[in-house]
Write a protein of this length. Structure first.
Length: 278
């Protein structure tokens, strides 16, 4: 069985992270799992997100993945720590689950000169307070301003983000609410892996002197550093340069949307069931 790197997201957003990781490390095998049937995760409560994420992690472990990346801010905020502390020791202490929040908060302070950053995320990510807590640890002098954007993930998952007449008012409303919080914000973090698909519109609407930061490259850099620090994990990973895509939703819809996210077509998409352990 392949010892692939597992990458999980509630839907399509994690593909923006996988794209950067794969470009950096094309030699490894990858299994991408999108829980499209139950997306979005943002509005769901902590326990539900934890249960859904745990099911996905166990499914990827059963497929032979010794390392799973939660390429989803909501899952990272609401489920990662519980899985690491409560579940991993009993499942397999040699396996690892990594998130996207800590790698991001460890470097985000380097992007700002005014020490004021804006966080755009799902309702779940914002309500968790994870970014305020983790940025506070890494950069105590940085002020964090948060804005939930509950309509953005559905906008991306439905494909409506491609229609500017629909997307622009929704995007602009959140940006106005964020910038109204402080005139000193000089860096805006897209704290949801779906949001890079909205980057061109976000960039066009924000003042040119405000940095717009996506997580893909940050997470890819962090994974590279992790594998250097942990050769015992790196040597376990199989290097067949393969990509496998799985979804709990409609495979054809996933395939079409993934082509947009990745900028190239993909092959077969496998339909899987998480609740039944399929």
């Amino acid at each position: 069985m392949k010892q692939a790197i597992g990458i999980f997201d509630s839907g399509l957003g994690g593909l923006t992270v996988m794209k950067e990781i794969h470009q950096r490390h094309p030699e490894y095998d990858y299994i991408y799992l999108g829980d499209n049937a139950r997306a979005p995760y943002g509005p769901r409560d902590f326990e539900t997100v934890y249960q859904y994420t745990l099911e996905a992690v166990q499914w990827l472990f059963n497929r032979g993945c010794p390392l799973v990346i939660l390429a989803c801010n909501t899952a990272s905020a609401k489920a990662l720590r519980s899985i690491q502390q409560r579940n991993l020791p009993g499942i397999d202490p040699s396996k690892r689950v990594l998130g996207v929040i800590r790698p991001t908060t460890e470097v985000i302070g380097d992007y700002t000169e005014t020490k004021h950053i804006g966080i755009l995320g799902t309702q779940g990510t914002i309500d968790s307070g994870s970014y305020v807590i983790e940025v506070g640890k890494a950069f105590p002098d940085v002020h964090v301003h948060q804005q939930a954007c509950p309509a953005w993930v559905p906008l991306v998952e439905s494909g409506d983000y491609l229609d500017f007449t629909i997307a622009d008012p929704i995007i602009r409303d959140c940006l106005i609410q964020l910038l109204d919080q402080s005139d000193d914000i000089d860096t805006v973090l897209l704290a949801c892996t779906h949001y890079p698909l909205l980057y061109p519109r976000i960039r066009a609407m924000l003042p040119p002197d405000i940095n717009v930061v996506s997580q893909g490259e940050i997470v890819a850099d962090s994974l590279s550093a992790y594998l250097l620090r942990h050769p015992e994990m790196e040597t376990r990973l199989s290097k067949g340069a393969s990509l496998q895509f799985c979804t709990t939703g409609d495979p054809e819809s996933f395939k079409q949307a993934a082509g947009v996210f990745l900028g190239e077509g993909i092959g077969m998409v496998e339909l899987v069931s998480l609740r039944l352990g399929g």
